[in-house]
Ligand binder design. Structure first.
Ligand code: PLP
Length: 386
């Protein structure tokens, strides 16, 4: 007799998400029949060209932007690199103020940006940035550097490892008060919490489709006033700012996925929050000794748990053997074994920090799956007590 297939439980939605079926269906014609290059002048290029216009409009509407403020990129990493490296020309003096818990696409872009001076504003034990510290830093920066220094504040909307949502409106307000421009990495937030760029008053915002049930390798950057000086030599695509033939299928898929996630945002949030509560109360019921990292204001379903005297790597691999996909923190960090920069910055208790995993639930997860996760963690932790 055939052995029954082991059930797979995907609980790593902060790393990537399953593509929305409607988004997938909407992509197909642009890969099969309507494959024309949108830049060509003949009639076969008209439909793909129009598809780009419509996708840009859809995306802009979802975040209350204007279509000409949306620039398609290859994803969150490229959008963040653009923002950090191109907010003024290379020979102007520039200062970045950011947080120590940003994604590496910000932290490493800042390290690599030639001539960029970076200062970090601290975060508290919940990963929330210190707004008083930010104002102090802006004041000091204004005093220290000449008046024609370009200053950017970049604070992520929501943290990928612990889910903490930052006070973006307040941070943007402070940045503008001191003449700085404001960027937010909204990769974990877009499609999961409401984002209104006008209300938040952000100048630049990064997004990535695969985090909101769109395809991988596509994202966008919102640039309010064409602040960025991008040097991408080639054709005149993206209003002459990002050369290269557009991936029409992915752009269309991204727009459909974002629209659907925004329409169902409240419904999805309610379901995911119910699952989150269910999972946490289940773990408390079986009396596992753990702390939950992050702020009360967090992305629905992003659950960073640190188990006492345990080992996150071991938990990840043993859950994997049981058919459950979770993460030890940032997906991009999974090859490294040292404590993540986020856990260090929030001063996670050393008895717990090494036993950290991130369970990130999505709209397709169920309470039955949460039961399996609870029981599996119970078995693993009780059989591996140090
Ligand atoms: N920023 C944040 C907060 C992320 O979580 C990620 C991906 O994990 C990125 C940026 C990078 O996005 P992408 O995978 O689209 O390059």
């Amino acid at each position: 007799m055939r052995k029954s297939m082991k059930r797979h439980i995907y609980a790593d939605n902060a790393a990537t998400t399953k593509i929305d079926q409607e988004a997938f269906n909407a992509m197909v014609p642009w890969l099969t029949d309507e494959y024309g290059n949108p830049s060509q002048p003949y009639s076969f290029a008209k439909k793909p060209r129009l598809a780009l216009v419509e996708a840009r409009e859809t995306i802009a509407k979802c975040i209350n932007a204007n279509p000409e403020q949306i620039f398609f990129t290859s994803g969150g990493t490229e959008s963040n690199n653009w923002a950090i490296k191109c907010f003024c020309s290379k020979n102007e003096q520039r200062v970045l103020i950011s947080s120590p818990i940003e994604h590496h696409a910000i932290l490493n872009a800042a390290k690599d940006a030639i001539g960029l001076i970076t200062h970090f504003v601290s975060v508290n034990e919940y990963g929330e940035i210190d707004l008083i510290g930010l104002e102090k830093l802006l004041l000091e920066t204004n005093k220290k550097y000449s008046s024609n220094t370009n200053i950017m504040v970049s604070v992520m909307c929501a943290n990928n490892e612990i889910g903490t949502i930052q006070p973006i409106k307040e941070s943007a307000y402070l940045a503008h008060k001191y003449g700085a421009i404001f960027h937010t990495d909204a990769v974990q937030a877009i499609g999961h919490i409401p984002i209104d760029v006008k209300d938040l008053d952000v100048d630049l915002l990064s997004a990535s489709a695969h985090k909101f049930n769109g395809p991988k390798g596509i994202g966008f950057l919102y640039d309010k006033k064409q602040f960025l000086r991008i040097h991408n030599s080639g054709g005149t695509q993206e209003f002459g700012r990002r050369a290269g033939t557009e991936c029409v299928a992915s752009i269309v898929g991204m727009a459909v996925a974002l629209k659907n996630n925004c329409i169902r945002l409240e419904e999805n949030k309610k379901h995911i929050q119910m699952l989150e509560e269910y999972l946490l109360s289940g773990l408390r019921r079986i009396k596992l000794d753990f702390i939950r990292n992050g702020s009360k204001t967090h992305i629905p379903g992003n659950i960073s748990l640190s188990f006492k005297n345990s080992d996150g790597e071991m938990l990840l691999h043993r859950l994997d053997l049981m058919g459950i996909s979770v993460s030890t923190g940032a997906a991009c960090d999974s090859s490294k074994t040292q404590l993540s920069h986020v856990l260090k910055a929030i001063n996670c208790d050393s008895k717990y920090a090494e036993g950290t995993i991130r369970i990130s639930l999505g709209k397709d997860n169920t309470t039955e799956e949460c039961d399996v996760i609870i029981n599996s963690l119970y078995k693993i932790i009780n059989s591996s007590r140090k």
